[in-house]
Design a protein around this ligand. Structure first.
Ligand code: PAF
Length: 282
């Protein structure tokens, strides 16, 4: 695996790949890799000739008072995991490389898609995500880019940007990878105290109960949201940020459940904000 930090080295390393018309699969990450990330790399490995993965903790997608300074890092461990996942190129730029002095451009998907769900409590988050993803897609020019379904809103927003700006890339979304007790894998799980970690599986449990209610015929979004809320409140110190039922593609709120449905939630355990979701076709 080649470890590359500079943009010109990345371009050089990819020049021959492109000349030979070999396909490139790209996995953008913020590092502190877990099996969720590795599943994206393995999928990219299966579907492409060359796999590029990036690690960049993107300051632009963290709001004031969020966890940028303490975001977990493990460069050596990450590199070992990427080697095991048969990544060809690890792109590890620093902040100056991505945002050089004088950088003054943003890419933003405007409108309700970035204002709902996580956008309500993280109003600048998606602007940071689309700006860095646009830059990374331009640098790597992949045929396919891989994202985890845990960040369902991120996938919808990135797809919209790719469509609106005619990026020539296929966005591939991959299933959530969960711990044995159902907790969705996330680098932020590392922040949880043992007690919070014990309580956190309630998120997935509440989503599974919602799925059962829908399978039994319930179609009122309000009734389902209420049931999820009650279930989450069976554990102590879980503070709900949002529970929303939306159309998967448009992220428009649904009153009556039907079609391509995303049930998404964000809940805080202490300072740690966790997200989870399920997607249903009804
Ligand atoms: O999902 C993430 O880890 C980040 O939002 C991404 C896509 C790497 C952009 O910084």
């Amino acid at each position: 695996m080649k470890v590359i930090e500079a943009k010109q080295d990345l371009r050089q390393a990819l020049a021959n790949v492109k000349k030979d018309e070999r396909t490139i699969g790209f996995v953008p990450t913020m590092g502190f890799l877990h099996d969720g990330h590795i599943s994206l790399m393995r999928r990219a490995r299966e579907e492409n000739d060359i796999v590029v993965a990036s690690i960049f903790i993107n300051p632009a997608q963290f709001g004031a008072g969020e966890d940028l300074d303490v975001y977990p890092r493990d460069r050596q461990g990450d590199c070992e995991q990427m080697i095991n996942a048969h990544v060809d190129i690890a792109f590890l730029p620093d902040v100056e490389t991505i945002y050089p002095e004088g950088f003054n451009t943003v890419v933003e998907v405007e409108g309700q898609m970035t204002q709902v769900l996580c956008g309500q409590s993280r109003p600048t988050h998606f602007k940071g995500v689309t700006t860095v993803v646009a830059k990374l897609l331009n640098l790597v020019s992949p045929d396919r880019a891989y994202f985890g379904q845990k960040d369902a809103q991120q996938i919808s927003v990135v797809r919209k940007m790719v469509k609106d700006l005619d990026f020539n890339v296929q966005i591939v979304d991959c299933p959530i990878v969960r711990e044995p007790d159902g907790l969705a894998m996330s680098s932020r799980n590392a922040y949880l105290t043992p007690e919070q970690r014990g309580n956190a599986p309630v998120l997935f449990q509440s989503l599974c109960s919602a799925e059962e209610m829908i399978a039994d015929g319930e179609r009122s979004a309000a009734v389902i949201v209420n049931a999820i809320e009650k279930r989450i409140h069976t554990v102590e110190n879980a503070v709900i940020d949002y529970i929303s039922i939306v159309n998967t593609n448009t992220l428009q709120e649904l009153d009556t459940i039907g079609g391509s449905t995303l049930i998404a939630l964000a809940v805080k355990f202490g300072k740690t904000r966790l997200i989870d979701n399920i997607r249903l076709e009804i």
